[in-house]
Design a protein around this ligand. Structure first.
Ligand SMILES: NC(=O)C1=CN([C@@H]2O[C@H](COP(=O)(O)OP(=O)(O)OC[C@H]3O[C@@H](n4cnc5c(N)ncnc54)[C@H](OP(=O)(O)O)[C@@H]3O)[C@@H](O)[C@H]2O)C=CC1
Ligand SMILES: Nc1nc(=O)c2c([nH]1)NC[C@@H]1CN(c3ccc(C(=O)N[C@@H](CCC(=O)O)C(=O)O)cc3)C=[N+]21
Length: 300
């Protein structure tokens, strides 16, 4: 029996609708409008698409959206200056600096310059430390979105074998951390992992975040497993016409769907959840900044 297709797009719509409801209430009862600032340095075309989608959905949810597009050659001091201004702007509750940054900018330095309470990506060293020690933090959007999909399908995750393929700071490591917090037995695999197919075959939950188009075939998957495909890879699609491209994940969907119990598609899986969680984090940041109770069920 083919796998259930996990509809991340539909789930993300429900998350965004709940966020929008809270935003309406905040405005009516407190006169507050949550604000998200997105900073894009350089001209990376894929990044521009994400930034545009984020801007549109931020406004649709009733929040204020502030976009800052800086030239690729922006000096580090100028970027740090802008972050300083956003840190002290009371209309801005969330700040996201789109990654990757041009090579002459030190990403760690830039991220750690964001006020931790406005770090809606959850990448600041303080938020990373808080998440890993079980303290209240901002939780990275993509892993948070994956966790919401997993809990929705599986309920209690405790005792399940989870394999996270990829160990980046933005997806793999925080994903592993969240799964561990939910009492999974977590294995983090990467480019030096031995016997990767065997490691994956042990997974009740397999999260693929490698950035290699269709790397995980169906025969790496335990029958009935829940597969979360984080990969966003643009590949040539000659069937759509010359020079056309399409998005595929890190999992070979066609073979995986025959083995898995449930699987997220690309597009329409994790991607929309990432943006929904970014809005949820901005709402959470706004509530915390104003000493208001946090909306329930929108964070980990
Ligand atoms: N849907 C969404 O919202 C988002 C999607 N993405 C997508 O997710 C994917 C991963 O992103 P990100 O984490 O930033 O990527 P990174 O390139 O930072 O990390 C990739 C990880 O995969 C590992 N890896 C690479 N090749 C192999 C291999 N052949 N076998 C085993 N492991 C391998 C690397 O191992 P090592 O550490 O040993 O080098 C590394 O840990 C990308 O496709 C990206 O576009 C990213 C963010 C959000
Ligand atoms: N500071 C920072 N935070 C991030 O969260 C971050 C980042 N930098 N840099 C780039 C990656 C990538 N990322 C995506 C978000 C949404 C979709 C998304 O919405 N995808 C849609 C389709 C998009 C399309 O069709 O082009 C989908 O999968 O259905 C994809 C990728 C966030 N990232």
């Amino acid at each position: 029996m083919p796998a259930e297709i996990i509809d991340g797009k539909a789930f993300a719509e429900t998350v965004r609708a709940r966020v929008a409801g809270h935003v309406t209430q905040l405005r009516a009862e407190q006169g507050l409008t949550p604000g998200l600032a997105v900073v894009l340095v350089g001209e990376d075309p894929a990044s521009q698409v994400y930034v545009r989608n984020k801007g549109i959905q931020t406004k649709e949810s009733g929040m204020a959206s502030f976009e800052h597009r800086l030239p690729a050659e922006t000096p580090e001091a100028a970027l740090l200056g802008l972050i300083g201004e956003l840190n002290s702007d009371p209309a801005v509750h969330g700040i996201l600096v789109q990654l990757p940054l041009p090579a002459h900018l030190n990403a760690d330095l830039v991220i750690n310059a964001i006020a931790p309470e406005k770090d809606v990506d959850g990448f600041h060293i303080l938020n990373v430390g808080r998440l890993n020690t079980g303290q209240k933090s901002m939780v990275p959007c993509t892993p948070l979105g994956c966790l919401m999909l997993l809990r929705d399908r599986l309920g209690d995750l405790s005792g399940l074998n989870a394999v996270v393929l990829g160990r980046s700071n933005i997806v793999g490591k925080p994903m592993a951390s969240l799964l561990l917090r939910d009492s999974c037995t977590v294995t983090v695999a990467h480019s030096r992992t031995r016997d990767l197919p065997d490691v994956c075959r042990n997974a009740d939950i397999l999260v693929a975040a490698v950035g290699r188009p269709r790397m995980v075939p169906g025969d790496w998957i335990k029958p009935g497993a829940t597969v979360i495909d984080v990969g966003i890879n643009r590949v040539p699609a000659p069937e759509k016409g010359e020079g056309k491209t399409r998005l595929v994940g890190d999992v070979d969907f066609d073979s995986a769907v025959e083995v898995a119990g449930a699987i997220t598609p690309v597009p329409g899986g994790v991607g929309p959840m990432t943006i929904a969680c970014l809005l949820a984090n901005t709402l959470t940041a706004c509530c915390r900044a104003n000493g208001l109770p946090e909306p329930e069920g929108l964070t980990a």
